[in-house]
Design a protein around this ligand. Structure first.
Ligand SMILES: Cc1cc2nc3c(=O)[nH]c(=O)nc-3n(C[C@H](O)[C@H](O)[C@H](O)COP(=O)(O)OP(=O)(O)OC[C@H]3O[C@@H](n4cnc5c(N)ncnc54)[C@H](O)[C@@H]3O)c2cc1C
Length: 370
């Protein structure tokens, strides 16, 4: 039912206008509002806080369907669900949950997750943003880069260094509200793909963050970021899977109607074998995604399975979208047929929430343990 609801929504509400939004880098504001009303923005949050109370498998199914049509909308959904809502529900206190989680889970407000900086991407421990303890508030200063929902969010989870001496154990995470004095939103990035999502740098100049807006004990910020990203990767893996399966479906359908040398191109074995390879790889990625989601739902450790799912699904998304363009021939190279957009969108899944190289570090460290 969840998959069908997401599929119908994507077809009816996201497909119209998806090319235009991509061309003009237009944020799908109305569509995201509707997704909130339908419960897609806080799917796994407990009903006590206005969420859907669903499991990670359901979330992965919905993410796949939304991503088949519009990966820009699905990254907005992914950040809000698996980074922001999850982080606050899992590690926040009652105050954080009632004040911030409820509006985020019900889709009335939108969240952003702010870890990356100009000098801290893969190496997230190199935080230069500082939050200095001033008694009843922290003074926040610094720059964050590449923040999804950067301009459109209402609430921002901001990671910052509070005690440099303690290195990553001196990092904290704070809930910061848009509009607070000294909080400036930088220009929007002009991107290769997921162009409907808005990505900005953020500047904090002496922003006063109330003490109660720190999540967890002093020094918990780095662990918070790593634990949250671990689940986030299941969301991005589902996004990659959706991009791949969307491109595959378009290519399959096209191959059954396009004729060359007197027959539909799917009757040429070179094309049929491409489709066979594409679907086999998609299925392999899908089971890795579901395994990671299932492990999370069972309360098992999913650090490695989540990294494997993201590594594999993002590679499959790249390979399958390139082949989908190839199967479309010249038509694959123009916007009208959607596959060129999916090919551009696929690339980001190998970069954000930990590059493919970083996923291999996570997996190899895990397999070498003990
Ligand atoms: C569109 C978009 C949206 C984003 N959204 C967010 C967001 O909402 N919030 C947020 O905090 N961040 C966000 N990011 C940032 C993203 O997570 C980082 O870009 C990513 O983690 C990589 O960091 P970097 O760009 O600094 O690359 P670098 O860390 O400089 O990496 C450059 C290259 O070196 C490789 N590399 C680095 N270290 C190693 C190593 N030890 N071993 C092997 N290879 C290595 C990397 O894999 C990569 O290929 C977003 C980025 C983009 C492009």
């Amino acid at each position: 039912m969840i998959r069908d609801a997401a599929r119908d929504f994507a077809k009816n509400e996201l497909l119209p206008g998806v090319i235009e939004r991509d061309t003009h880098q237009k944020f799908p504001a109305e569509q995201i509002k509707k997704m909130g009303e339908l419960g897609f923005m806080g799917m796994m949050v407990s009903p006590e806080y206005g969420g859907g109370g669903m499991d990670t498998i359901s979330y992965a199914l919905a993410m796949e369907e939304i991503s088949k049509i519009d990966a820009s909308a699905s990254v907005v959904m992914s950040v809000n669900n698996s980074l922001v809502c999850y982080g606050i529900e899992k590690f926040g206190n009652d105050y954080h949950k009632h004040k911030y989680l409820v509006p985020l889970a019900t889709g009335q407000k939108l969240g952003a997750f702010c870890l990356s900086e100009p000098e801290a991407g893969s190496d997230a421990t190199s935080q230069r943003t500082t939050a200095i303890d001033q008694g009843d508030y922290y003074l926040l200063n610094g720059t964050k880069n590449w923040i999804t929902n950067g301009g459109t969010a209402d609430y921002y989870l901001v990671v910052a260094q509070t005690d440099k001496e303690k290195k990553h154990k001196g990092i904290n995470v704070f809930i910061v509200e848009k509009g607070w004095e000294g909080f400036e939103i930088g220009p929007k990035e002009d991107k290769l793909g997921i162009r409907g999502s808005d990505t900005h740098s953020l500047n904090f100049n002496d922003v006063k963050v109330p003490k109660e807006n720190r999540i967890g004990d002093d020094g918990f910020g780095f662990t918070f970021a790593m634990k949250t990203l671990s689940g986030g990767r299941i969301g991005i893996a589902s996004q990659a899977l959706g991009i791949a399966s969307g491109a595959y479906e378009l290519a399959r359908n096209y191959s059954k109607v396009r004729k060359a040398f007197g027959t539909e191109i799917c009757n040429h074995q070179a094309i049929a074998f491409k489709l066979a390879d594409m679907l086999t790889e998609i299925e392999a990625a899908r089971y890795l995604v579901w395994k990671a989601a299932w492990e999370k739902d069972q309360g098992l450790n999913y650090d490695i399975s989540g990294a494997m799912a993201k590594l594999k699904a993002s590679q499959v998304a790249m390979n399958v979208t390139v082949e989908a363009v190839q199967i479309h021939g010249g038509n694959g190279y123009v916007k009208e047929y959607h596959v060129e957009r999916l090919m551009r969108d696929a690339k980001i899944t190998q970069i954000y929430e930990g590059t493919s190289e970083i996923q291999k570090i996570v997996i190899s460290r895990g397999l070498l343990k003990d």
